[in-house]
Design a protein around this ligand. Sequence first.
Ligand SMILES: [Zn+2]
Ligand SMILES: [Zn+2]
Length: 389
Amino acid sequence: MSDPYPIPGTYFPCGQCGSSLRFSPGTKKLVCPHCGYENPIADPAEPIRESDFHQALEKLSLAPGKSATPQIQCHTCGARFRLRKSLHAGHCPFCGSPVIIATARLRPIPPRSLLPFSIDRSAARQAFRKWLKSLWFAPSALKRFAREEGLLSGLYLPYWTFDSHTETSYRGARGILYYETRPVTVIENGRPVRRLQQVQKIRWHPVRGRVSRFFDDVLVGASHTIPRQILDRLGPWDLENLVPYNEKYLSGFESEVYQTELAQGFEQARRVMDRIIDQDIRFDIGCDLQQIHRKHTRHLHTTFKHCLLPVWIAAYRYRNRSYRVVINGRSGKVQGQRPYSYLKILVAVVAAVAVVSGTGYVVYKSGLVRNMQTQTDNGMYGRYPELAK
Ligand SMILES: [Zn+2]
Ligand SMILES: [Zn+2]
């Protein structure tokens, strides 16, 4: 299906040869891949502002629904194409030229800030290879694969960050441990004997109280492309270095619009905050043990930012399965999916069992087990039933 009026994507033409400039990671420059012409990127001096969460929700309720991915006309080769769903920056599939479309065409909330890539493709590839080589129980073929070229693409992922002042009132109980001495019957040398024993007890006292905490930049991934267990482990991110959103940093990379809505994003952030508030309450209750029966948290002046964070994605296939590895585009930290060599695991398990049972045999031979069993067990010989005789 072809739109009557495809939109021109944004691009940054080279002042010398006219081809598309690309952002060069680790610098503040756009560089021409053909003639080497460089063009500095100037960040505006304005600070990155937080937006009010509730006002934004109200505005969203009035905003029109999502529009379909628009058709784009390439400024270099004239081809018409659509970017992959959820992308607003990428490449022309026919000539590879970078192209960017305004996020407003796809989502009502625009990103206001981003962290530019600071590690380039070759550094990302090195991090990926190092990671592959470090894997325990990886098939040997995979380590050989590390020397070959894999597919590596640079992608900006959408995130929400939330700030919130919280006040929580709670009811619970404080547990104090104490000991009681009471007579018990134990079996000694096969005969029942009366002994005095210390028994631990808990005395619970009802408590109520209040805790408050300010949360700063609770980060929630808003992409559905990368599995959450990988996304959540990619941090930490140096959010203090966010720069105002500028499409120049996107040129030559792919960039996604958010797929987790603002309200859902806050729900996820709230679960993170709740776990920390529970720790605060337990600390507030103090003493040996704590129970939280009920709590009510008020979020005062909740604000959010929508930002883009850079990752390199390496995709590789091994034995007809594809695996995805994600590299933090700022720190080089690697998180990914990987195959295991079951043969290597089996060999290691057999070796470990041999060591353990070898030790067991020596201990048994030395008579240590025999003595330990008679001293500690009350007629139970779980591991060595033959010793019970
Ligand atoms: Zn040029
Ligand atoms: Zn093109």
